[in-house]
Design a protein around this ligand. Structure first.
Ligand SMILES: Nc1ncnc2c1ncn2[C@@H]1O[C@H](COP(=O)(O)OP(=O)(O)OP(=O)(O)O)[C@@H](O)[C@H]1O
Length: 235
């Protein structure tokens, strides 16, 4: 099991954002993490990426407890946050070099990985530009590239295709699917078509509670489209 989540809860003041959820993900799976606005998806993903701590419950990666200060987790996980924060004044290669450096990559290794992720996410034509000069789709590719820079085992992607045009959407989905051949991926999205195109497995949370956890195939056995199933479980 790559990731196991056991009775995870996160409260913000009196509000429970994530309520006692448990699930596990096998190595190599692409998991679609779904739920309406405010369901607790980003909160859960931040905990799994070691960016915030849970209020109670445990998340583990390869048996190690995920904590905010665990370097093991950081090394194994690549994370693209929802709003894709970037240093706009940096050049693409400079930024990726900077992020790689934070993961401890140096010299030829660092250079090699920067070149590799640029090629992988299709950033080559734009690599000499400043990030502020890039279109939204290319900024999103920089976000993906920084998540991949240290060749992590697990990728956590929070709404990675928001705001992309239909051509970019197809490209990025293809890329995620390709990358997913060798990695475990947790992907949140509001686009059901995307889940059908990429994911093997689906988790739906609603108001912090887990309401579905199954393969896409099994979920759809009950009849109806994924969108109908989503609406039934989250209304
Ligand atoms: N730092 C915070 N302080 C207080 N409340 C927060 C904080 N972060 C999230 N919340 C609240 O927790 C709940 C879950 O938010 P979260 O961002 O995890 O949802 P989400 O499923 O990712 O939603 P969306 O699809 O809209 O991105 C929301 O009600 C949100 O307002």
């Amino acid at each position: 099991m790559a990731i196991s989540v056991n009775q995870l809860t996160k409260t913000y003041g009196s509000q429970t954002a994530v309520n006692n959820i448990s699930f596990s993900i096998e190595k190599g799976q692409i998991l679609g993490f779904l739920g309406p606005n405010g369901a607790g998806k980003s909160t859960t993903m931040k905990i799994l990426a070691g960016f915030i701590s849970s209020t109670s419950g445990v998340a583990q990666l390869d048996g190690d407890v995920i904590t905010v200060d665990s370097l093991v987790t950081k090394r194994k996980v690549g994370y693209l946050p929802e709003h894709n924060p970037l240093y706009l004044e940096m050049y693409v290669t400079e930024y990726l070099g900077f992020v790689g450096g934070m993961y401890g990559l140096k010299g030829e290794n660092l250079k090699g990985n920067v070149a590799k992720v640029i090629e992988m996410v299709g950033l080559s034509p734009e690599k000499h530009k400043k990030i502020e000069q890039l279109s939204k789709g290319y900024r999103q590719r920089v976000g993906l590239a920084q998540a991949l820079i240290h060749d992590p085992e697990v990728l956590i992607l929070d709404e990675p295709t928001t705001g992309l045009d239909p051509n970019q959407l197809v490209e990025i989905r293809k890329l995620i699917k390709e990358v997913g051949k060798n990695k475990t991926i947790i992907l949140s999205t509001h686009i059901m078509q995307e889940v059908e195109a990429i994911c093997d497995r689906v988790i739906i949370i609603n108001k912090g509670n887990l309401v579905a956890d199954d393969s896409l195939e099994n979920l759809k056995k009950e009849g109806g489209t994924l969108e109908e199933i989503f609406r039934k479980l989250t209304n």
